[in-house]
Design a protein around this ligand. Structure first.
Ligand code: GLU
Length: 511
């Protein structure tokens, strides 16, 4: 088999939707699985829709996710330029070839003329006006006008487009790797514009010429492009490139969390969830979005989540590293039906990633946040802290929120908890426990638990009551990890200090 060459070909028209990242991911996985090449191509021929900063956003998103292109603008490669706006001459030569071969023609009809015709047809009951084989011989184009007339119009600089001459009464068959055979009747297809009046190609022409010249072997893209594929196959035929035509795979939609319709960028704001990889600052608040990155996601978890939105490994396995995804991936296991965007599932993946991450690594990631609070715990302490709290969080910043009182030098006690749970009768027991703890030489949770519980029994008080008070003394409230785990983490001096301070505070607040 030829080496696999795939491309991710976004148009820089704004922030890259998370569905686009999934498309990039599937392309990347296929390329890596077969030691092929993953290409980034920027399809920027529609000047009206060009948005400054969008290309940079796309590149930053891909790099954050770890989907680094092997070829692309700024990434090198022998098939560039990889920005379509820099390939004008290439399209020009190819369009001339199609005109010469009789597969395309000049159309001089102005927008006003076409609008008027569309209106006329609509008034006569035809609401689906198409510039096609049925009407092309009634229009102002190089098929109908004499050669002299065409030359005169061209020499005069009359504006024109170039259209594909769709052959009549044929069936075009696309072999889609996900959907099987898809047929198009050419009567249904219009004579698509290939070159616009501004001299730039349309998506259809540029896409096919580039896929051919860049030796693309597989086109993996969203299913919204399936209806265009009939035209694309006709273009391959018109150029005589059928033999090297890429294989097509059209990916199913990503659906809204309730399964009703396609996930849109507005769903993010509506539901307070990210639907973009990284944040995008648009001109207005409505056009600005928070990304998965800023939400606190690990890129590995995002890829894992996205991989399973449409692809099924065929086993029960849900957690995959990127290498495991590469190994397991196959286009055949991509489903036809849409997949629901389940944000809770995305959070679950991130939680699993946090659980699986070494404590030292979590500590490294958390440290800037802790330092921003003016604290600088030792590496060992912060790693142990992360280990103790990681099963309580979905996102890294939450590691601070759920346990900051263990990092701060002093704990602030919740007065409600104190007044509800403190009973002066517990004072002697609390004092004894504090004293016993101050005499211990080793400070591991299990041994502490056994020792303290024995002590409580000897005092003849309810263990629950004292344990709650110990919790308030250490955590300031009724929440937090196990009391003895907290003691082990804090170590003897800090534990004893917190208990002594708490006793003082309880006594004062009771009086
Ligand atoms: N430029 C198209 C897009 O924005 C590319 C579609 C394709 O992959 O052919 O999605």
């Amino acid at each position: 088999m030829n080496t696999i060459r795939v491309r991710f070909a976004p148009s820089p028209t704004g922030a890259l939707h998370i569905g686009g990242v999934r498309t990039a991911l599937y392309n990347y996985l296929l390329a890596k699985k077969f030691h092929g090449t993953f290409i980034l191509r920027i399809e920027d021929t529609d000047q009206n829709r060009f948005v400054p900063g969008a290309e940079e956003y796309i590149v930053e998103s891909l790099l954050w996710c770890g989907l680094k292109p092997d070829e692309g603008p700024g990434f090198g490669g022998e098939y560039g330029p990889y920005r379509q706006s820099e390939r004008r001459e290439i399209y020009q030569t190819h369009i001339e070839e199609l005109i010469r071969n009789g597969h395309a023609y000049y159309a001089f009809d102005t927008t006003e003329e076409l609008d008027a015709l569309r209106e006329k047809e609509s008034a006569a009951g035809n609401h689906n006006f198409k510039y096609d084989a049925g009407i092309r011989m009634k229009m102002r184009n190089s098929l109908r006008l004499s050669q002299g007339e065409v030359e005169r119009l061209l020499a005069e600089g009359a504006p024109y487009t170039v259209r594909l001459k769709v052959p009549e009464n044929q069936v075009v068959t696309v072999h889609d790797l996900i959907r099987g055979e898809v047929h198009f009747q050419t009567q249904e297809l219009d004579d698509k514009v290939l070159l616009k009046a501004d001299g730039l190609p349309t998506y259809h022409l540029a896409n096919i010429v580039d896929d051919h010249l860049m030796r693309i072997t597989h086109v993996i893209r969203g299913e919204e492009w399936l209806p265009s594929t009939g035209h694309h196959v006709l273009l391959y035929q018109a150029f005589g490139w059928e033999d090297t035509m890429p294989a097509f795979a059209h990916l199913p939609l990503i659906l809204k969390p309730d399964g009703k319709g396609k996930l849109s960028k507005r769903d993010g704001a509506r539901l307070g969830i990210p639907v973009f990889p990284i944040s995008w600052a648009g001109d207005t608040p409505e056009d600005s979005f928070v990304g998965f990155r800023e939400f606190g996601f690990d890129p590995g978890a995002v890829l894992n989540f996205l991989a399973l939105l449409g692809w099924n490994p065929g086993t029960e396995q849900e957690l995959f590293s990127i290498d495991e995804l590469v190994e397991a991936f196959s286009i055949e296991k991509i489903g036809k039906g849409g997949s629901r965007f389940d944000f809770d599932k995305a959070k679950w993946f991130n939680h699993q990633y946090i659980l699986a991450m070494p404590n030292a690594e979590l500590a490294r990631l958390l440290r800037p946040l802790v330092q921003a609070k003016g604290l600088d715990p030792s590496e060992k302490f912060l790693a142990a802290y992360c280990g103790l709290l990681k099963d309580r969080v979905h996102f890294l910043p939450e590691l601070w929120e759920v346990g900051h009182y263990l990092l701060e030098p002093e704990v602030e006690m919740n007065p409600d908890a104190v007044s509800k749970k403190w009973n002066p009768d517990l004072a002697p027991a609390l004092k004894n426990v504090t004293e016993w703890l101050s005499q211990q030489t080793s400070f591991d949770a299990e041994a502490l638990e056994a020792g303290v519980k024995e002590l409580i029994n000897e005092q003849g008080i309810k263990p629950g009551a004292l344990l709650t008070v110990l919790r308030i003394a250490l955590a300031g409230d009724l929440k937090g990890p196990g009391v003895f785990e907290m003691m082990e983490l804090l170590g003897k001096d800090a534990t004893v200090q917190r208990l002594a301070r708490a006793l003082h505070h309880f006594n004062n607040s009771a009086s």
